[in-house]
Design a protein. Structure first.
Length: 177
């Protein structure tokens, strides 16, 4: 007696088609994930570069404040070497910064493309005889003796010169004329 066996069915290849579709979908997800990761790396690099530029500018600003503390007379503020008097025209803060119109930061900052620079402009004398200086509610209390006001503009760059930060600070101190 012969045993009856079922005839083999023709396979349609559905598993192969489904497998290929899943492989394509997973490839698309992987490629988009790589693109997102690359974009996030660029963004974090730019944030780091900007932070470096800000810290460089902040260092130059603090050096400018320290410079003001060493000034004995305001006669040095004559429009040269980054020191500007009340009647001098200060260059645009986003224009060229060089040795003729600014002072270089004397410290050492690793990772920045260009050494930060700063400019100091004398605003004028404020205090008992001339009234209070009111910059954003600062100066509401009068000084015991007249003080000379300055603003310091500093520029710093990050790891490349494409990233730059310009900041400004007001500073005052009693200086003999």
């Amino acid at each position: 007696m012969e045993s009856l066996r079922p005839l083999p069915c023709k396979q349609q290849g559905a598993v192969l088609v489904v497998g290929l579709i899943i492989l394509v979908v997973m490839s698309i997800i992987g490629i988009s994930t790589i693109g997102t990761t690359v974009m996030q790396e660029k963004m974090s690099g730019n944030v780091r570069d900007r932070q470096m530029a800000f810290h460089a500018a902040e260092s130059a600003l603090r050096e400018g404040e320290a410079f003001i503390e060493t000034v004995v007379s305001t006669s040095a503020f004559d429009g040269t070497d980054g020191l500007y008097g009340t009647s001098d025209t200060e260059p645009d803060p986003y224009a060229t910064w060089d040795s003729s119109n600014s002072k270089a930061y004397q410290g050492n900052l690793d990772g920045v493309a260009t050494a930060p620079r700063y400019r100091i402009r004398m605003i004028g004398e404020f205090g008992e005889s001339s009234g209070a200086l009111n910059i954003g509610r600062y100066g509401e209390l009068r000084a015991e003796a007249p003080a000379t006001g300055f603003y310091i503009t500093a520029r710093g760059t990050g790891a490349s010169d494409n990233s730059q930060v310009v900041i400004r600070s007001y500073y005052g101190r009693k200086i003999s004329q």
